[in-house]
Design a protein around this ligand. Sequence first.
Ligand code: OAD
Length: 241
Amino acid sequence: MGKIVIFSGAGLSAESGIPTFRDAGGLWEGYRIEDVATPFGWIRNKQLVLDFYEERFLQMQKCKPNAAHLAIADLSSYFDVICITQNIDTLLEQAGVKEVWHLHGRIDYHKCEWHYSIGPIDADWQCDYRAATRSPTQIGDLCPKCNRQLRPDVVWFGEAVDMRTDRLYEIVSQVDAFIGVGTSATVYPAANLLRFFGDVKEKYFIDPNPAYDVLNGFTVIEGTAAQKVPELVAVLKAKYQ
Ligand code: OAD
C-alpha cells in the first residue's frame, strides 16, 4: 500500500466537541458568518472578528483528539498518510499525524492583515508575515514587518485556499486509497478533491448523513467518525500489513 489521502471536514472533530457548520443552521456559534468569516466583516468590525476567533481558540484548547484522529495517527505509522483537512483545529497533529494540510488555515497561527495569501482588498503592499501564536490575537497585535494589524491565519469566505495543486498532481498518481470523512462537500474548491481523487481505485466516505450525490464509486460507510474510522483503519491494516 502506497499513499493514503484522508480528506476531512468538521464531522471529524464533532465528537471532540467542536460543532459542525451545517448543524448550526447557517450560524457559527451564534455569529453570522458574514460578520466573522469574511474580509468585509473584518473591515467592518475587527474586534468582533477577534472576539469570535478568541472563543474558537479557547474552545479548541479544551478539545482532545477523538478515536478517529487517533486511528488516523495509527494508520500513518504503517502507511504514507497525507491528511488534507478543512478544519482549523489541530487535533490531527495532537494525535500524532505528521503531514496535515489545512486548506482553510489553522487557529494557532496568525498573519498580517495584508498577507499576500489573501490579496489585500485595497492595498498595493503584500506582506509575508505569518507565525504560530500561543494565545488569541488581539487588537494592537501588530505585524513586526509592516506594523499592520495581525489577524487569524484562517481562510475566510471569498479568500483563496492553499490548494497546492502542484503537490496534489504530484501525489494523485501514487495514491492507493482515498478516505473522505465528515464533510458535506459543499464548499469549493476543497470539495473538488472528491473529484480530483475520483480515479483512485479504493475510495471510502464516512459520514452519518453522506452526500450520496457526489459519491459515485465510493464505498460509503454510514456512521460517525469516532465509530467508523477505527474500523476502517483495522480493515486496511489487516488487508495490507
Ligand atoms: P459541514 O458542517 O458542512 O459538514 C459536516 C459534515 O460532517 C456533514 O456531512 C455531517 O453529516 C458530518 N458529521 C456530523 N457529525 C459527524 C460525526 N460525528 N462524524 C462524522 N461526520 C459527521 O462542515 P464541512 O464540510 O467541514 O469553510 O464544511 C466545509 C467548510 O464550510 C468549512 O471549512 C467552513 C464552512 O463554511 C470555511 O471556514 C472557509
